[in-house]
Design a protein around this ligand. Structure first.
Ligand code: THU
Length: 144
């Protein structure tokens, strides 16, 4: 079912997303973990959004790169995420953490394509976060 969607994001778009994600990783603030992360995504209207991780001396307050990306998306007027690339400072793909899978799900859904690196087919967010709880569940699960 996803083959059609996967082939709709051309390789040159993935190349551009990886490049933007690497640039974003170079702008991260990660003095504590020393793991810089950058994220870049394509939206359904063809725009791109980016994010970098931003750490804090109170470690638990750290913002992941995907969190910054979602902030960029909403600040820029919103839209649906279609394809996302997340890389660490070494330029290689980094699989989004659990919390960020949920953040991305809100704005891309199960069909969001997640980069697995050059020469590898992307995963879908539905593969990475099966059975996700999402906005549609709120409407059906509220107390009467
Ligand atoms: N990090 C991200 O930015 N995204 C992820 O999906 C995983 C982890 C960041 C958070 C922290 O600044 C550093 O990587 C090490 O955990």
């Amino acid at each position: 079912m996803y083959c059609e969607v996967v082939s709709s994001v051309p390789e040159r778009a993935w190349t551009e997303l990886r490049s933007l994600a690497r640039d974003a990783a170079a702008r991260a603030y990660a003095p504590y973990s020393m793991v810089t992360v950058g994220a870049a995504a394509l939206t359904s209207d063809g725009t791109t959004v980016v994010g970098s991780n931003v750490e804090n001396a109170s470690y638990g307050l750290t913002l992941c790169a995907e969190c910054s990306l979602v902030s960029d998306l909403v600040r820029g007027g919103g839209g649906r995420l279609v394809a996302v690339s997340v890389v660490a400072g070494d330029g290689e793909p980094l699989t989004p953490c659990g919390r960020c899978r949920q953040l991305l799900y809100e704005h891309g859904g199960a069909g969001l394509l997640v980069d697995a690196g050059e020469g590898r087919g992307p995963s879908t967010l539905g593969d990475l976060l099966p059975g996700a709880f999402g906005p549609e569940d709120l409407g059906t699960r509220r107390n009467a």
